[in-house]
Design a protein around this ligand. Structure first.
Ligand code: GDP
Length: 190
């Protein structure tokens, strides 16, 4: 795939004017989101593989094979408001997700060993409420043995409001083709 970085945006005025379909990628830090973006774009240095988790409130747009725009979102885009522990999307991210016409869906990247938490529940509930389809990618599957994998599959299969679940390993290249196919079938062509 021929892929390239298009632009960064800190708000609506920075969004690219292309009308390609867009798919937003979110993930907790260290989930392997950058590695996954590099694997599916076949461009090693396209997304920076992070050593220090960045907190910048910015969207990065990458064009993938001239066919869709991959929008890399910071963290979960959550910000704790005031003293309140309640977390929500930052206004910038919320604005993007709610108002971007060509947004087709969201890919949530999780390290498979991470415990499903309230963060994930909030995110899934918010997306379902706004009618935004979600693909769940369980990354770093290479770290589990077969027995652990069976248990994890049972756990993740029980999670509702997910259009597809992909078991992947960005470093081993597993699940990458399936992810691309599912992005087209479940989000872009749906
Ligand atoms: P990000 O913070 O979500 O963008 O995560 P990165 O892509 O920067 O990856 C964080 C760390 O996890 C790096 O050391 C990667 O090499 C490692 N990593 C990413 N994907 C995988 C995977 O599928 N398997 C394993 N074992 N390690 C991975």
């Amino acid at each position: 795939m021929a892929s390239k970085f298009i632009t960064s945006a800190a708000g609506v005025e920075g969004y690219p004017s292309s009308d390609l379909p867009e798919v937003a990628f979110v993930g907790h830090s260290n989930a392997g989101k950058s590695s996954l973006i590099n694997a599916l774009s076949k461009r090693k240095g396209l997304a920076r593989v992070s050593t220090t988790p960045g907190k910048t409130d910015i969207l990065n747009f990458y064009e993938i094979d001239g066919r869709f725009m991959l929008v890399d979102m910071p963290g979960y885009g959550f910000a704790a408001r005031h003293q309140d522990t309640r977390e929500t999307w930052t206004p910038m991210i919320e604005n993007y997700l709610m108002n971007r016409d060509q947004l087709k869906g969201v890919v949530l990247v999780m390290a498979i060993k991470r415990q499903w938490r309230e963060d994930e529940d909030n995110l899934i509930t918010w997306l379902a409420h706004h009618g935004i389809p979600l693909i769940l990618v369980l990354n770093k599957s290479d770290k589990l043995n077969q027995k652990e994998m069976v248990a994890k599959r049972r756990e993740f299969d029980a999670i509702q409001s997910v259009s597809a679940r992909i078991y992947a390993s960005a470093t081993k290249g597993q699940g990458i083709e399936e992810l691309i196919r599912t992005i087209f079938d479940n989000l872009i062509r749906a």
